[in-house]
Ligand binder design. Structure first.
Ligand SMILES: *Cc1c(COP(=O)(O)O)cnc(C)c1O
Length: 364
């Protein structure tokens, strides 16, 4: 098979001993592999100059549109090493599709799904030695992204765009065992409005989220919860936690999750919706109000809450705090369904449970 993204190998790879030290204690997003993928788009040539090259900075003119108007989108997925040494991606076609729709929303050119998959797979092959072992939920985190690099301050979609993929080895998200987190029910910020960019995975959404995240931490919470409206009464429907989608489990075995529309369509969310029925939970995508959550938690009809996302897979949510109130879910410890679903997703990803849905894609 010919390479869609031809490799020019670095002559100065990170020395073996240094790489081994990094892989022994990786830190999310801190260390990067030896190579990167890239391609350039212009209106006349479309996508061209596809390559895998040594990791290096971009030469960027100070007027590059992304620096001023945030015309940028990204993706996040992982490569998992199985016990036999093989390396796999998990549902990367969904990331490719989401990347294309995020790009369309930001008036960036669409990258064909084949280019997305080739760039990711060929980068993983070039940097195979950077894929950690299979013990302890380690993986290679892969970050495809696209941005407006045209040197022009005018207000229109850029006519020069760069696509790139970088990769970073990551350790287990919960280094000392799965821990429940608390959410701050913020009444000051919304994440997205109908017709906005909530469904696009774009950097600008994150730039807007840090103030809310800071506020959550000032209130002693780990993460922020976004509702679909503002107001100190804390009423409104649940959206997501800003980096993760939300799921609730009820005492009568239903799995509730807010509907698509203004939230990000998570791959982990879609996966959990399928697995829920195999676990005997009836999945319902429908609006869930803060009142339903609060009173359901109090009377025991809502027994578990968790968040989903590629980085942590499934994060138990054990408590909520808002203006003048707080409450816990169940007994304040991660729930049994939450932990079982989490283990099953991981077991599929690491080849320990049968991949009955054909979700894994072999790279090496
Ligand atoms: C990426 C992301 C998620 C989780 O999506 P996964 O595909 O499951 O990783 C949830 N919310 C937001 C805002 C995101 O950017």
């Amino acid at each position: 098979m010919s390479n869609q993204f031809p490799l020019s190998r670095t002559r100065t790879p990170v020395p073996d001993a240094e790489r081994a030290a990094i892989l022994a204690a990786p830190e999310f997003g801190r260390y990067f592999t030896d190579h990167m993928a890239s391609a350039v788009w212009t209106p006349d040539r479309e996508w061209h100059d596809r390559k895998i090259m040594p990791l290096q900075p971009f030469p960027l003119h100070p007027s590059a549109a992304v620096l001023h108007y945030a015309q940028e989108v990204f993706e996040g997925l992982k490569a998992y090493r199985h016990a036999d040494g093989s390396v796999w991606l998990f549902r990367p076609e969904l990331n490719a599709r989401r990347f294309a729709s995020s790009a369309t929303r930001l008036a960036l050119p669409e990258l064909a799904g084949g280019d997305f998959l080739s760039s990711v797979e060929e980068l993983v092959r070039a940097d195979e030695q950077w894929v950690p072992g299979s013990a302890g939920e380690e993986s290679l985190y892969i970050r495809p992204f696209m941005f407006a690099s045209e040197a022009f301050l005018g207000l229109r979609p850029a006519k020069r765009v760069i696509y790139s993929v970088i990769a970073s080895p990551v350790g287990p998200y919960f280094a000392s065992g799965v821990r429940g987190v608390t959410l701050w029910v913020n009444s000051k910020y919304t994440r997205a409005a109908k017709g906005g960019t909530g469904t696009a995975k774009c950097g600008a959404n994150y730039a807007a989220s840090f103030a809310a995240q800071n506020e959550a931490q000032q209130h002693g919470c780990d993460q922020v919860l976004y509702l679909d409206r503002l107001g100190a009464d804390g009423k409104g429907n649940l959206e997501e936690s800003g980096t993760m989608n939300l799921c609730l489990v009820t005492s009568d075995r239903r799995l509730l999750t807010p509907p698509l529309g203004t939230i990000l369509e998570g791959v982990t969310r879609a996966t959990v919706l399928v697995l829920a029925s195999e676990f005997g939970l009836t999945a319902e995508e429908r609006p869930v109000s803060m009142d339903e959550l609060r009173y359901g938690a109090a009377e025991g009809s809502i027994t578990e809450v968790f968040a989903t996302g590629t980085a942590a897979v499934i994060t138990p949510i054990v408590g909520f705090r808002g203006n003048g109130y707080e409450f816990t879910i169940g007994n304040g410890a991660p729930g049994a369904w939450t932990l079982a679903l989490r283990k099953h997703v991981l077991d599929i990803q690491y080849g320990l449970a049968e991949d009955t849905h054909g979700w894994l894609r072999r790279v090496i």
